[in-house]
Design a protein around this ligand. Structure first.
Ligand code: ADP
Ligand code: MG
Length: 247
């Protein structure tokens, strides 16, 4: 479904991605974990074509996206829903209009069709009755849910989540992780989650992969991952200062 092949990217002479290889399975959830500043968001930006690699390829459904013309890339982008780290809501629009935004932009629907779709997805994410609130009036966890609703509204084949639980307390993190699982069960998208929340990764991921020094150094089921004898992986999982990861 999504394949990153030999991806390398440097900024100002510093290699952030270094011959990175990973395949994301169709209709599964893959969680990519790694340290802050390790290149996780950079990897996501390559997947949606917001960044171009110095070398290597990004295949979406067998198509090398960097060989496409702008118009063709825009078509591919419609397959994606993206939940940004900070929610990226439009502060001047209420919850309803934030969620309706992609519909108004991409589809020509009647006002009634828009209402049906928006109310339905707001129900799905547990925000019924919140449609008139402004982003500044709701909690961080609710803003994340608005971000999820907006990403889901075009029923995308692929959902990308950039640190969906960062900045939330453990209980709200669990609520969001459960929401991702139930939305995945309902909509069956191919999911890629970037996270440094280890317990969330084990709970939501069919596959867990670790990005370290610009490469994917381990990848497998949560059970496989937990039992990895890679010392970098075990240090990261245990959150210990002691080990091969330099600080
Ligand atoms: N557009 C950019 N220009 C220059 N440096 C960048 C750019 N985007 C990311 N970086 C650098 O790449 C590194 C990885 O960033 P990022 O992917 O955001 O990390 P994270 O794993 O925390 O998401 C950081 O050192 C960051 O400063
Ligand atoms: Mg990031």
């Amino acid at each position: 479904m999504i394949l990153l092949e030999g991806l390398s990217k440097s900024f100002n002479g510093v290699k952030v991605l270094d011959d990175l290889n990973i395949e994301f399975e169709e209709k599964r959830i893959t969680v990519v974990i790694g340290r802050s500043g390790g290149g996780k968001s950079v990897m996501l930006k390559h997947i949606i074509g917001l960044m171009k690699p110095d070398s290597g390829k990004v295949f979406i459904g067998g198509v090398d996206i960097n060989s496409l013309k702008k118009k063709e890339l825009n078509e591919i982008r419609k397959k994606f829903g993206m939940v940004f780290q900070d929610g990226a809501l439009l502060d001047s629009l209420n919850v309803f209009e934030n969620v309706a935004f992609p519909l108004r932009r991409h589809l020509k629907l009647s006002e009634n069709e828009i209402k049906d779709k928006v109310y339905s997805v707001l129900d799905d994410v547990g925000l019924e009755g919140q449609d008139n609130k402004m982003p500044s009036e709701i909690s961080g966890g609710m803003r994340k849910r608005v971000g999820v609703a907006r990403a889901l509204i075009l029923n995308p084949e692929i959902m990308l989540f950039d640190e969906p639980t960062t900045g939330l307390d453990p209980i709200m993190s669990d609520v969001i992780n459960n929401l991702i699982i139930s939305m995945h069960n309902k909509f069956k998208f191919t999911g890629i989650i970037i996270s440094h929340d280890i317990s969330g990764a084990f709970k939501t991921g069919d596959t867990v992969a670790m990005l370290y020094n610009g490469k994917i150094i381990e990848s497998g089921t949560p059970e496989y991952f937990k039992n990895s004898d890679n010392r970098v992986v075990s240090q990261f999982i245990s959150g210990s200062m002691e080990g091969p990861i330099s600080i």
